[in-house]
Write a protein that binds this ligand. Structure first.
Ligand code: DNO
Ligand code: MN
Length: 405
């Protein structure tokens, strides 16, 4: 696998020349400053390529922009609302511009309104570091009391409602603001920043959009853009919902192995691919990543490796969890990596040019010097570096000639 690293551009707290020391082989980036739904202009794409290829003082970094994460899908496209054609045209032009610049792998997601969601960004760990956490009781307190969504209480069993009520009654004004901001304002890489008011009105837009309608909207999006991607030799790859279950009464349709099977079959093209994210899907119980990779590995274009531990209140396979160290947690990372390396072997045996799959350590805990710096939530230097180092060890050991024969 190719070891990549997410870099948010010149505004990133980690400079591009530091990545060489980490042993990063390729860069994952996006034009976060372009408004969602608008075209990514060729000159902006070229600028980002230059920012990745050269340091601020003009030295070559030896790195290239290899994966786009994400080319965001607008709410207009997700809801198939007025202006859909225009946003689809723009998406196609962005794909043309990216392909002309030599980019091939395009990650996106189809989560309505909220991208990845956590209640705690810096949850203290016993070892002194911090981790991100999603706590269902805290989330319910936000949903029922802070957002005040109509009918929210009915979405939680009484045990969770009681915990939420207790939490809400104990929360200081400061804590309320923090949890609101954590959930609503959007975490790094999220497409859009909302206010509580905007969330309320967006929920109204989704009133008639259930699981099936949202699935149809994803299929309509793919039917519209996959032929373009195919012609340009691009690989689109959908990131799973995080967390992998409906929140705020909104449908989520890319949470499970079955969801992926449905979408892969509905638009059966090599350009319609998968971003495998163990940290997102692995929150659910009994996810069999090894069978998933055996069945759908040929459509996996990009991999996020990260581990979570379910901890706290759960119901209906919805869980509270925290982001554990990359080799700890509920997902058997060694088995996942072994399955991915076998997939690469299969591709090589068939002589495929795209045998190597880009992977990145997805998130990291804040450890050591991360705690003294202003790190982007989920994207600190030391924690991600620890993650990459551990994952690299597994990849090297499993692909070692000593193990064969
Ligand atoms: C979640 C992560 C997120 C992701 C965002 C934006 O598992 O990979 O940081 O990057 O959804 O794409
Ligand atoms: Mn991910």
């Amino acid at each position: 696998m190719r070891q990549t690293w997410r870099w948010f551009g010149p505004a990133d707290t980690i400079s591009i020349d530091q990545l060489a020391q980490i042993g990063v082989e390729g860069v994952v980036s996006a034009l976060h400053h372009v408004e969602t739904g608008a075209v990514w202009p060729s000159d902006e794409i070229a600028k980002r390529q230059r920012e990745i290829a050269t340091t601020a003082d003009g030295r070559p970094t030896g790195l290239e922009w290899e994966v786009v994460e994400s080319l965001p899908v607008s709410e207009t496209i997700k809801t198939a609302g007025p202006g859909w054609e225009n946003h689809i045209d723009n998406y196609r032009v962005s794909l043309e511009n990216l392909a002309a610049a030599g980019l091939k792998t395009i990650c996106y997601n189809f989560m309505p309104v909220l991208d990845w969601t956590r209640t705690h960004l810096r949850w203290p760990l016993a070892n002194g570091g911090t981790a991100m956490r999603f706590d269902l009781a805290e989330f319910a307190a936000f949903d029922i009391y802070l957002l005040g969504r109509q009918g929210a209480a009915d979405d939680y069993p009484s045990q969770v409602r009681d915990l939420a009520e207790k939490r809400h009654s104990e929360m200081s004004a400061q804590e309320k603001t923090t949890i609101e901001r954590n959930i609503v304002a959007g975490l790094p890489g999220a497409n859009d920043e909302w206010s509580l008011e905007e969330i309320r009105s967006l929920l109204g837009v989704y009133a008639d959009i259930d699981h099936n309608v949202l699935r149809q909207n994803l299929v309509a999006f793919l039917e519209a853009v996959v032929p373009t991607a195919e012609r340009l030799g691009l690989r689109l790859c959908c990131h799973p919902d995080d967390p992998p279950f409906p929140i705020l009464g909104l449908p989520r349709i890319m949470s499970t192995v079955e969801d992926y099977a449905h979408i892969m079959e509905a638009v059966d093209s090599p350009a319609n691919g998968i971003t495998l994210c163990t940290g997102s899907m692995g929150v659910a119980e009994n996810v069999d990543f090894v069978s998933f990779i055996r069945k759908w590995g040929h459509r996996v274009r990009f991999v996020h490796l990260r581990n979570t531990t379910r901890s706290g209140v759960s119901f209906d396979n919805k869980h509270s969890f925290f982001e554990d160290a990359h080799l700890d947690g509920d997902t058997d990372m060694v088995a996942v990596i072994a399955a991915l390396l076998s997939e690469e072997e299969r591709r090589r045996a068939k002589g495929q040019a795209d045998a190597v799959i880009p992977m990145r350590p997805d998130h990291g805990q804040e450890l050591l010097d991360d705690l003294k710096r202003d790190s982007m939530p989920g994207y600190p230097l030391v924690g991600r570096m620890r993650g990459l180092a551990e994952l690299r060890g597994i990849m090297t050991a499993l692909s070692s000639q000593h193990l064969k024969g």
